[in-house]
Design a binder for this molecule. Structure first.
Ligand code: BES
Ligand code: ZN
Length: 909
């Protein structure tokens, strides 16, 4: 799965001063002259209206030439125009205005520290006037994945070819053309690209005309764009093929390398359905005549929502019947759903500044699940969403977590709270009910189309409709009286959400039951390395929409709701009940702890009547109890005790949560020489009952895939034998026999254990045209315990030829999991650190992942010291990265976990 991080981004002041700076504050430029602007944010005295951009990339020399004409409007009289430019070699600059009879040459000062240039005007620029700034420049296509970059790939005749594409978010548009590179400076764009005859080009808008310009060179001209932010501009020069389908006057196309055109149909159907869904859901038409989704053969992130030209890595867009598993299908669908949501949320309405990036990303992630639930209910993505909540809670409970809305830091600072926001929005949706929620979003998008917003604008738009709702309903049913927080007759979404957005972390709710009374109390949930008797900061207070069910739940009022906006409260039940469970389906973003008796009752309930609770509730109980073990509130033995019911569990969500928790423990203790933990897991006859096929419902398929992967990696049941058998048959057929996709990775992994099998797999990897298959093969290759092979894999991927560099973080993740691999992976990261941050730039998803996966298995003081010292020796900037702080805290927590639980674990085994 893909992690989203963002990048952060100097000076938070939303309205930089417009005053002239005192002389002594003026900074020096590259040519020694003084630069007239000292801030990181651009001044707002000049705003861009329109860009005419002509580019000519040369895929052979990998240089590009550019020429841009920017029409600007002057808001306040000035002598300078300050804008962004990074690494561009500017050869000519002129300025014109309607009043002038010819273009005048202008001086350009450069200030690389802020990626800014200043155009010094010959005369004062007058308020209300438009001017056109023309700049000619050249630069090189980048060999990182950022900016206007090139990648190589093998065409259908195995010949090496180049392709050029863009990734501008967050700050790289400035490295392709001089521009006002801040999201709130929206403008229209008219893009022209000169190319070799045999190539083709794509951009945000449809192509208008192609005209010859020189021998063998033609120019493609695209339609003028709508008003948009620079980070959403995109263009691609390549030889890709496509299939298309029209819906509602929009032509949707999927592009891929010619030999992969057979794998794009699923994406096309999915994109068309989702596009139709969003237009209905938001009540706003998709405003462009075309939407292209493009699989780029080497791509760093998961996908990017450029308006009208969405880019993907191949594994997140292509689907191949023979080699893509049920889970692969879900991933492709989810990523398309996410990026399409951005076409409204992000592209049409954009955050004013990067500190609200979480609004963009959190919302797209949230919509991803809403859209999938409505459009593809058979995919059961609500369980994926549940997994996401488990994952983010684990991070957010670290001390290194930050409030979602926090001040803007340096440009490398990584912000990683997007997923949290999605979970908070779910909680809000459940609280104000879906219809109000939907009306709120619609309101928000209508109010701010083609504009920029801050988070408060969203809550205000929600408040507008929730107030209306109440008025029009003539004051509501009993239910909402207790569900909704009502302040002066209005529902205050903003007040509630602020308690979640401005404070870091999330709450732990402790429930004590006495007769018909439930005493509930909140505090911050923190996995802390401080001593046991540490008490959480008393100033934390959340407004928590609690939900609960009981043994007597009747369908009409159930689940019950209660808004806890104090430190503690008492809820009175109508009658005495046998059991009570809080946070129904884990729709709320909080952890629950019960008194001893109530835990025992729930544990018993799971054993005697598991289906009294929903599958999500069962998965939640498992997650919840292990979280409590982590902070020492519940003993590990009790958590294992709860797992005893698993023998009768037949659903994916609880099983995969249980196996996930066990794997975490296993991964830790394996490195301390304790290996037989997994054998104690009561999977019973489940393993040997599985068929090695792709039959069944999606949920059954996922269940099989999870159970068998676990069983084989822990040598349980017949798993290993069957997998090895299947691999042999596959190898004997020279890879022509098709394997069931859901267990394919498990089969490959079994095969990769021998030298022969590994070599064969590698040769198949090199020739396969299915990225879904290659991904499984690569994981298998990286799971070998042969140290030389592991080093070779990491090194080869860093070089990026035989194995693309986009795979490196996945390889390191797999390598880190094994006993011999985890030390190697860390050594590799240390030795190649400089190369890594050059290729993937600091703050990227890849670096973030690499830091996390190469360190999270350590649980000794020696390793703690080593990891700390390494990052501290690099730079202040690096040791302040959030992922680095998290890594260090995680090792500390691991040490502590071991101290607390190792003895109990030995006893249990
Ligand atoms: N816009 C993001 C990618 C991004 C975020 C680039 C921040 C630069 C800074 C895109 O929509 C996204 O979220 N991509 C995800 C995949 C997505 C399906 C969760 C990614 O690349 O991991
Ligand atoms: Zn996104």
């Amino acid at each position: 799965s893909y992690n989203i991080c963002s990048f952060f981004l100097s000076s938070s002041s939303p309205h930089p001063d417009r005053i002239q700076l005192p002389r002594n504050m003026i900074e020096n430029t590259t040519n020694g002259k003084r630069f007239p602007w000292a801030k990181n944010r651009l001044p707002s005295n000049v705003v861009p209206l329109h860009y005419d951009l002509i580019l000519q990339p040369n895929l052979t020399t990998t240089e590009f030439a550019g020429s841009v004409q920017i029409t600007v409007n002057v808001i306040q009289v000035t002598w300078n125009i300050i804008l962004h430019s990074s690494g561009l070699n500017i050869t000519k600059a002129t300025l014109t205005s309607a009043g002038w009879n010819q273009a005048k040459p202008v001086e350009v000062l450069e200030y690389p520290v802020h990626d800014q240039i200043a155009v010094v005007a010959p005369d004062a620029l007058l308020v209300g006037q438009n001017y056109t700034l023309s700049i000619d420049y050249s630069s090189n296509l980048s060999d990182t994945y950022y900016g206007f970059y090139k990648v190589s790939y093998k065409d259908e005749h195995a010949e090496k070819r180049w392709l050029a594409a863009t990734q501008f978010e967050p700050l790289a548009a400035r490295s392709a053309f001089p521009c006002f590179d801040e999201p709130a400076f929206k403008a229209t764009f008219l893009i022209k690209i000169k190319r070799d005859e045999q190539h083709s080009t794509l951009s945000n808008m449809p192509k208008n005309v192609t005209i010859p310009v020189a021998a063998g060179i033609v120019q493609d001209e695209f339609s003028m764009s709508l008003k948009m932010s620079t980070y959403l501009v995109a263009f691609i020069v390549a030889n890709l093929k496509n299939i298309s389908k029209e819906t509602n006057r929009t032509l949707v196309s999927i592009y891929a390398m010619p030999q992969k055109l057979g794998q794009v149909e699923h994406a096309l159907d999915t994109a068309v359905k989702l596009l139709e869904f969003y237009q209905k859901y938001f009540h706003i038409e998709y405003p462009l005549q075309k939407l292209d989704l493009v699989a780029i053969p080497d791509f760093q992130a998961g996908a990017m929502e450029n308006w009208g030209l969405i880019t993907f890595r191949e594994t997140t867009l292509l689907y191949d019947d023979k080699t893509s598993s049920a889970m692969d299908k879900k991933l492709v669908t989810a990523v398309i759903a996410h990026e399409l949501a951005h076409q409204w949320f992000g592209n049409l309405v954009t955050m004013e500044w990067w500190n609200d990036l979480w609004l963009n990303e959190g919302f797209a992630t949230f919509m991803e699940y809403i859209a999938m639930e409505r459009t593809f209910p058979e995919l059961q993505t609500d369980e994926e969403f549940l997994k996401l909540r488990f994952k983010t809670m684990m991070k957010d409970s670290l001390n290194a977590s930050r409030p979602i809305s926090s001040a803007v830091q340096s440009s490398e600072q990584i912000e990683e709270m997007f997923d949290t926001v999605a979970s908070l929005l779910l909680m809000l949706k459940k609280y104000i009910k879906h219809d109000s929620f939907q009306a709120g979003i619609e309101n928000y998008l209508h109010n701010h189309s083609y504009g920029s917003t801050r988070s408060d604008d969203l809550w205000d738009s929600m408040n507008e409709v929730t107030i209306l709702d109440i008025l029009s309903l003539g004051f509501c049913m009993i239910e909402c009286l207790c569900v909704l927080q009502i302040t002066n007759g209005t529902l205050d979404v903003k007040k509630l959400m602020k308690t979640w957005i401005l404070q870091k972390g999330f709450p732990l709710v402790t429930v004590k039951r006495k007769g018909k009374s439930l005493y509930v109390q909140q505090e911050r949930f923190l996995r802390s390395v401080e001593s046991e008797n540490w008490t959480s900061d008393a100033s934390y207070l959340w407004h928590i929409p609690l939900s609960y069910t009981t043994s007597n739940c009747s369908s009409f009022l159930c689940p019950y709701a209660y808004l806890l906006d104090q430190k503690s409260a008492t809820i009175e039940l109508q009658e005495e009940v046998k059991w009570v469970k809080f946070n129904v389906d884990m729709n709320g973003y909080y952890i629950v702890h019960y008194a001893e008796d109530d835990w025992n009752t729930l544990i018993n309930l799971l054993r005697t009547d598991p289906i009294a609770l929903s599958t999500k509730d069962r998965a939640h109980l498992i997650n919840n109890i292990f979280s409590l073990v982590g902070i020492g509130k519940v003993s590990l033995l009790k958590a294992f005790h709860l797992l005893d019911y698993l023998e009768n569990e037949n659903h994916t969500a609880p099983i995969s949560q249980a196996l996930f928790q066990l794997n975490l423990i296993y991964d830790l203790v394996e490195k301390r020489g304790m290996q037989n933990l997994a054998a104690r897991v009561l999977l019973g006859s489940k393993i040997d009952q599985q068929t090695w096929t792709d039959n069944g419902t999606l949920s059954e398929r996922e269940f099989r895939s999870t159970v068998l992967a676990f069983a084989c990696s822990h040598h349980l049941g017949n798993c290993g034998t069957t997998a090895t058998e299947l691999f042999k048959e596959w190898k004997a057929s020279n890879g022509t026999k098709s394997l069931p996709t859901d267990v394919m990775k498990t089969v490959f992994t079994a095969g990769a254990k021998t030298d022969d099998g590994w070599e064969f797999l590698l040769s198949m990897y090199t020739s396969s045209v299915s990225e879904a298959e290659k991904h499984k093969m690569l994981e298998a290759l990286a799971s070998t315990e042969d140290v030389r092979k592991l080093i070779w894999l990491m090194q080869t991927s860093l070089e990026g030829d035989l194995i693309r560099a986009q795979e490196l973080s996945h390889i390191i993740a797999t390598v880190s999991q094994s006993l011999p691999g985890h030390l190697l992976a860390w050594d590799f990261v240390k030795e190649n650190w400089e190369k890594l941050i050059r290729k993937f730039h600091l703050g990227s998803f890849a670096i973030q992942n690499i830091v996390t996966v190469s360190t999270f298995q350590f649980s000794t003081e020696a390793h703690l010291l080593e990891v700390k010292t390494f990052f501290e020796s690099k730079s202040e900037k690096i040791s302040q990265l959030r992922c680095v702080k998290e890594a260090i805290e995680t090792i500390q927590l691991n040490i502590k976990w071991m101290e607390r639980n190792l003895a109990a674990l030995q006893q249990w085994l």
